[in-house]
Design a protein around this ligand. Sequence first.
Ligand code: NAD
Ligand code: IPM
Ligand code: MN
Length: 345
Amino acid sequence: ESPIKLAVIPGDGIGPEVTDEALKVLDAVAPHAFAVTRYTLGAEHYLATGEVLPDSVLDEVRGQDAILLGAIGGKPNDPNIPPGLLERSLLLRLRFELDHHVNLRPSKLYPGVGSPLANPGEIDFVVVREGTEGPYTGNGGAIRVGTPHEMATEVSVNTAYGIERVVRDAFARAQKRRKKLTLVHKTNVLVHAGSMWWRIVNEVATEFPEVTVDYLHIDAATIFMTTDPGRFDVIVTDNLFGDIITDLAAAVTGGIGLAASGNLNPSRSTPSMFEPVHGSAPDIAGQQKADPTAAILSAAMLLDFFDMSEAAERIEKAVEADIAERDADRPRPTAAIGDAIAARV
Ligand code: NAD
Ligand code: IPM
Ligand code: MN
């Protein structure tokens, strides 16, 4: 079989460190399955060249089968990088242009992982975060900037088409899991978009009679995620709520260093993109302090997406075994964790 064409975008900060380990593990579990092309993009590349994501590079990436991304983001408040430039014009541009409407973010509490919760119970849920709409579209603007009458808007874009496709995906996942779907929104305040989300969820629900539908406002959802995370199976939510709640989900399941994600276009007409939920972590970059597990589990999601579920499972089992033996008082360098997991697969 011909190899899967994989675009690798290591990016900034700890991105290259954790991506190296994910590639190491991929190579151990599925040697020769991938033909890797590396793309140097991110803060350093921007500072050196002024380029963020040239159209020609985007076109090349579009021709690949999948993308593995580390993290994007420069040093905090770098005066030489306009705020949000890399996030918007690189990361979000990839998600939008490649129609990554299903941002899949699983959370599972592995045995032996220290949760900050006193009684975490069993935690195993997935957040299906809408990935192409909401307040992320860049719709809005600022006027009278710098005056006392300055005004800024960030308009949330919600389309019936966009909501329906992600809701249907979430129901299909719930059907294959524990058959429970929770819509998280803020329908008591954001009534225009909220009503549409609620209505569409209930319409699609008729196609999945075995799936129980629950609803929580985003604020209350943060309560239950910390007091009773075991109640969740599949959460479907908009782009911004999904961003926030998946950092919380990562925290309650042992930390951001373990949280994986896939930015999926289930139609497969464009490459899907796999990346840890975390960012470039400038505070620990370049010191081999980053936990590469999130990147490694993102690589497992990539394998799963290409129906290499046996290889994906081997990674998950290896991660589980590695985690069970971790000693918080003896942190290992990033590469040592990658070596250990690669040796186990
Ligand atoms: P962050 O996720 O980079 O870091 C938050 C905290 O978690 C930091 O203390 C960091 O050291 C720690 N952390 C993160 N990943 C870790 C890992 N693998 N192992 C151990 N500790 C880890 O979030 P931030 O500080 O808000 O953002 C930093 C930059 O990253 C910003 O420019 C932001 O825009 C960007 N960002 C990018 C992505 C992405 O590329 N997908 C995601 C989130 C943030
Ligand atoms: C994430 C990040 C991104 C997001 C930023 C960096 C654009 O926080 O992947 O969770 O908000 O989606
Ligand atoms: Mn985030």
